[in-house]
Design a protein around this ligand. Structure first.
Ligand SMILES: C[S@@+](CC[C@H](N)C(=O)[O-])C[C@H]1O[C@@H](n2cnc3c(N)ncnc32)[C@H](O)[C@@H]1O
Length: 354
């Protein structure tokens, strides 16, 4: 193997030139090397050894159905070590004992299976409940549920599988990058997206972050068209399907054994609750209040609390023109230029860089 080949993986991420420069820089700077070592030690000392090694080896992957069936156990719950390619096993066996390696792969798969199942339960793609909105008819549609285009009669979230998957990716990225702050959703309805965020924290053993659930718990407000002409004529407030009580949302958290001191509820209209919410900082700001007013109030009272490197997600951007307008008005007012990314043609997100 020649030198070029050894660096092939790295070169895909960093140009060769920069890699060489970086190596020379760190060779020359003892203090920088010490800093990196100290950070590594700190992460290592607060993370389980198997988890740390799992992350370092990047073992987070989705096994295919075929791989699961090769796993040797009917339900795919074997030790997991058999589903890795020969190549990966060879690489890993060079440095780590089989015993530790088996533990890592097992743990990493369990995590993925739990969160996959949570997503399926919360969106109810399992029992496929009928929609209860006025445009979908009586039949469950796989495509609509994937993109969060129906109001489910039973599922605990209406945001659909793609936006749930996006939420998971974002929360996991925040944990990976150690971005400071709690997670909030303004507009929780039955609580599904917040329950999912709580599940992810639990799964990663994170105990120092909170999930904030902000909602009137009695549906949307009557539009204040004088102040927010963009909402004139909006009829969301007339829908009983959008009124979900605090009690019901708390019961939903309990059903998953996820109601505890890391979940906080802000009950009332956003204009009253958000300005005085005792939140220090946020890493994820998920806005799902449909209206111009509800979206704008989320931005005005919370965006400054979003940490640098944190994420904002706007659920209704592609579905409600007034919501989209609030996004652009706020970005213009605050000169925000961080690029907007589409999720599923409806929801969008950006990362607070500037
Ligand atoms: C579309 S639903 C949210 C869906 C939810 N995120 C999910 O996972 O299924 C909108 C929610 O926002 C709430 N809401 C909208 N505007 C509000 C406001 N100004 N103040 C308080 N709650 C509001 C409604 O009560 C409703 O529960």
């Amino acid at each position: 193997m020649d030198l070029e080949e050894r660096f092939a993986g790295g070169v895909a991420l960093t140009p060769y030139q920069d890699l060489v420069e970086k190596c020379l820089y760190y060779l020359a700077r003892e203090d920088e090397r010490q800093k990196i070592a100290a950070k590594g030690f700190e992460i290592f000392s607060r993370t389980k050894q198997s988890e740390y090694l799992g992350n370092a080896l990047n073992l987070k992957y989705e096994p295919t159905d075929q791989e699961i069936s090769q796993d040797g156990s009917e339900d795919g719950s074997g030790d997991g070590s058999r589903i890795l390619s020969q190549e990966t096993r060879k690489e890993i066996n060079k440095g780590i004992s089989e015993e530790v390696f088996t533990e890592i792969s097992h743990e990493s798969r369990q995590r993925s299976l739990y969160l996959d199942l949570m997503q399926k339960c919360l969106t109810n793609t399992i029992y496929q409940d009928r929609p209860q909105d006025i445009w979908s008819g009586q039949a469950y549609s796989k495509k609509k549920r994937a993109r969060g285009l129906d109001w489910p009669s039973m599922a605990h979230t209406m945001i659909g599988s793609l936006r749930m998957a996006n939420l998971r990716e974002i929360v996991e990225k925040v944990l990976e990058d150690d971005i400071a702050g709690d997670f909030i959703e303004t507009g929780t309805w039955r609580g599904g997206a917040c329950i999912f965020m709580r599940a992810i924290l639990k799964d990663y053993g994170v105990t120092d972050r909170k999930i904030w659930c902000a909602d009137s718990f009695q549906g949307l407000p009557v539009p204040e068209s004088n102040k927010y002409p963009e909402d004139a004529g909006d009829t969301h407030f007339t829908y009983d399907q959008l009124r979900v009580s605090l009690q019901e949302v708390q019961d939903n958290f309990r059903k998953y054994d996820l109601l505890d001191g890391q979940v906080e509820f802000l009950k009332g209209w956003f204009k009253d609750t958000l300005p005085i919410a005792p939140i220090k900082s946020l890493a994820v700001l998920r806005l799902d209040g449909d209206l111009y007013q509800s979206t704008m109030e989320g931005f005005q009272h919370l965006y400054h609390k979003l940490s640098k490197g944190g994420f904002v997600i706007i659920d209704d951007y592609g579905a409600v023109p007034a919501c989209k307008k609030a996004v652009h008005d706020f970005r213009k007012e605050k000169s925000i230029t961080d690029p907007i990314n589409d999720i599923d043609g409806v929801g969008v997100w950006w990362r607070k860089i500037g």
